[in-house]
Unconditional design. Structure first.
Length: 261
């Protein structure tokens, strides 16, 4: 099958399919959903870290166009700082509940400036999905198996993210059908990003640096956005469950990467 077709399929997997799975997740009773969601976040952390350190960075470093590894590690560092700034601008938030800071304090701030928190959610989600599409395409253009692993990691962290977005939109009074439609439209930016990367990354020497940005994106989401939420549950048993699920996410990515190869 043509590489572009695979890129489009897995971009949809990381975008639109994640939205549909999240919408089905909302049909589960609230009590059960509230118990499952933290577990899915823990698994997503492992998947993101596994993809970054076991797949993306090794492929970036071993790319034939790379002459100095320091350039790649500098790119990762710069990427982390960029995502920090974007999150401060409320353009790169990754919350998994309706009461996180990005949905409340920042949302209220932008409401005061004339832009609703709902619009900020959709804009932020669209930008995030757009970047995910670029990362998925760059990974596929490096190695088919790396592309699959990257798409799986994207899907793993997008599902709980989309659940959080749905909850906020529904709590704002939006109808389920409209919330689903808007989230699906936002998710299609993944495909736009993938197409842009496929036709724009003709210079293969840029690909390892895009992979480095992908790694910094995954690391930032896991460490800055997701892990702090786990510390709210400090009971030893909860911590053990979190560790097991994080390791499970890493193991799945590791097995997928080695099996596909």
């Amino acid at each position: 099958m043509d590489l572009l077709i695979w890129i489009l399929i897995f971009s949809l997997l990381g975008g639109a399919l994640s939205v549909l799975v999240a919408s089905v997740f909302l049909l589960i009773p609230t009590v059960i959903r509230d118990r499952l969601l933290p577990h899915s976040v823990s698994f997503a952390i492992g998947a993101l870290l596994g993809a970054a350190f076991l797949a993306l960075l090794p492929h970036a470093i071993s790319h034939p166009s790379v002459r100095d590894v320091h350039d790649l590690t500098t790119t990762v560092l710069v990427g982390l700082l960029i995502f920090f700034v974007l999150e401060k601008m409320v353009l790169w938030r990754h919350c998994h509940s309706h009461d996180c800071e990005a949905h409340t304090q920042h949302g209220h701030k932008h409401n005061h400036q004339g832009m609703s928190s709902t619009m900020m959610i959709l804009i932020g989600d669209g930008l995030h999905n757009f970047v995910d599409g670029i990362l998925i395409a760059a990974a596929f253009m490096t190695d088919f198996h790396l592309g699959v692993v990257t798409a799986l990691a994207v899907a793993a962290h997008e599902i709980p993210q989309e659940v959080g977005d749905f909850i906020v939109l529904l709590n704002s009074g939006m109808r389920r059908g409209k919330a689903l439609m808007l989230n699906l439209l936002s998710s299609l930016s993944t495909v736009v990003g993938a197409l842009l990367a496929y036709f724009g990354l003709s210079d293969n020497s840029l690909i390892p640096y895009v992979l480095a940005i992908a790694a910094s994106s995954f690391i930032y989401i896991a460490v800055a956005d997701l892990i702090p939420g786990l510390h709210k549950r400090s009971h030893p048993l909860d911590s053990l469950k979190q560790l097991v699920l994080i390791m499970s996410g890493i193991l799945v990515i590791s097995m997928a990467h080695s099996t596909l190869h």
